[in-house]
Design a protein around this ligand. Structure first.
Ligand SMILES: *Cc1c(COP(=O)(O)O)cnc(C)c1O
Length: 341
C-alpha cells in the first residue's frame, strides 16, 4: 500500500479530505445497507432536524499503525456503545454495534493510504456521527437520519512532547444535572465555544467546569476528563452523572490498577481539595493525557508540585503504559485492540 505523500510529523490537528467515507440512511424505521462514497459533501433539506434543533451526536476514535505494521483501533466497541447512549438521549435511532464497527473498519481500510506510519506521532482520527436529515419545524425528532463515518489524519497533539498547560476555573456551566453532559452531543460543544474562546483570549488552554448545581465539585473540561494523582501515588477521578464517560479515562483507571498496582478511586472531587493533589491530567482520545501544571481560580493559582516543565512522573508512567498498549509495544487486555489490517 503506497502511503500518501504527507509530511506526517508536521500535520496539525485539522481536517483533511480523504478518499472515502461511509454513509447509511435511516428511513421508515430501518437502516439501509450503508456504503462507502467518494463524495465529501452532504445535501440536505433546509429544514433538516440537524439544522433547526441540533439533533446530532458523534464519536471520536483513532486508527494507529502498530510497531509490527498492523492497523488497529482502540476499544471501538465502547465508542459504539456510547453512541447508542447518545442517540437514545436525543431520540435518534440506535446504530447496531456490528454496523458501527463494520463502518469504521470499511472506512479505515478504504483510506489505508492515509493511515500515518508507526513512529510518526500522527494517527488517523475517525469521526462517526449521526444527524436528523428529514425536515422538522414543530419541535420533534426527525423521521429520517444519516449515520456517517469520516476519517482524517491528525498530527501529534503535542509537538516536541507534552508540556503542562494552565487552565482556568470557568464561570460558565457545561452540563446540568439530568441534562446531556454524559452524552456526546454537538449541542454540548456549541454552547462551550464562547467559554473556550474567552479562556483562550485570557491565555488559558482549557476550562475547568464545576458542577452546575453547587459549583463546589470538579466535573471536566470541554472535551476531556480529569485524573488527579495523590501524594501517596493513588489515582482519583471525578464521579458525576453529568460527565462524559471518557474511554481514555476508563482505560487509564484500568491500567493504573492492573498494570501499575495503583489505588484507583472514582468519587466526587471537591474543588477545595485540588491543592492537595501531586499531579493533574486531562484524558481524551486526541492527546491521551495532557498534563496540567496550574489551575487558575479567579486569579488564585493552584500550582501542582509536578511543575510546568514536564508531565508528572506518575502521569508519565500512565501515559507511557497506555500508549504502549495502543501501539502494540505492551500486551493489551483482552479485546482492547481491534485489528483492521
Ligand atoms: C469525547 C469527550 C471526552 C473524551 O472521551 P474519550 O472517549 O476519551 O475520547 C471527554 N469529555 C467530553 C466532554 C467529550 O466529549
Amino acid at each position: 500500500m503506497e502511503k500518501k505523500n504527507i509530511d506526517w510529523g508536521n500535520i496539525g490537528f485539522g481536517y483533511m479530505t480523504t478518499d472515502y467515507r461511509y454513509v447509511a440512511h435511516y428511513k421508515n424505521g430501518a437502516w439501509d445497507e450503508g456504503q462507502l462514497t467518494t463524495d465529501s459533501t452532504i445535501t440536505l433539506n433546509e429544514c433538516a432536524g440537524v439544522f433547526q434543533y441540533a439533533q446530532t451526536c458523534f464519536e471520536g476514535l483513532k486508527a494507529y499503525t502498530t510497531e509490527d505494521g498492523h492497523i488497529v483501533t482502540f476499544r471501538p466497541d465502547l465508542n459504539a456503545e456510547r453512541m447508542q447512549t447518545s442517540a437514545a438521549r436525543l431520540e435518534m435511532p440506535i446504530v447496531p454495534k456490528e454496523m458501527f464497527l463494520d463502518a469504521v473498519e470499511k472506512v479505515v481500510k478504504a483510506n489505508e493510504a492515509w493511515v500515518p506510519p508507526y513512529g510518526s506521532g500522527a494517527t488517523l482520527y475517525i469521526r462517526p456521527y449521526m444527524y436528523g436529515s428529514s425536515s422538522v419545524i414543530g419541535v420533534k425528532p426527525a423521521e429520517e437520519y444519516e449515520f456517517r463515518v469520516l476519517v482524517t489524519p491528525v498530527g501529534p497533539y503535542f509537538k516536541g512532547g507534552a508540556k503542562p498547560i494552565v487552565i482556568k476555573v470557568s464561570d460558565y456551566d457545561r452540563a446540568a444535572p439530568n441534562g446531556t453532559g454524559h452524552v456526546k452531543a454537538g449541542l454540548n460543544y456549541a454552547m462551550s465555544l464562547h467559554a473556550i474562546v474567552t479562556a483562550h483570549a485570557e491565555g488559558f488552554a482549557e476550562n475547568l467546569y464545576l458542577d452546575a448545581a453547587t459549583r463546589t465539585k470538579v466535573e471536566e473540561t470541554g472535551g476531556a476528563n480529569f485524573i488527579f494523582i495523590t501524594k501517596e501515588g493513588g489515582l482519583v477521578t471525578p464521579k458525576s452523572s453529568s460527565i462524559l464517560p471518557s474511554i481514555t479515562r476508563r482505560s487509564i483507571c484500568y491500567v493504573a490498577e492492573h498494570y501499575l498496582g495503583m489505588k484507583v478511586e472514582e468519587r466526587e472531587v471537591f474543588f477545595d481539595e485540588v491543592p492537595n493533589f501531586a499531579e493533574c491530567g486531562l484524558c481524551g482520545t486526541a492527546a491521551v493525557i495532557s498534563p496540567v501544571g496550574e489551575i487558575n481560580d479567579h486569579g488564585k493559582r493552584i500550582c501542582f508540585p509536578s511543575g510546568m516543565e514536564d508531565m508528572g512522573p506518575i502521569t508519565k508512567k500512565l501515559y507511557d503504559t497506555l500508549t504502549g498498549i495502543q501501539m502494540g509495544r505492551i500486551e493489551a487486555p483482552e479485546g482492547w485492540i481491534h485489528t483492521i489490517a
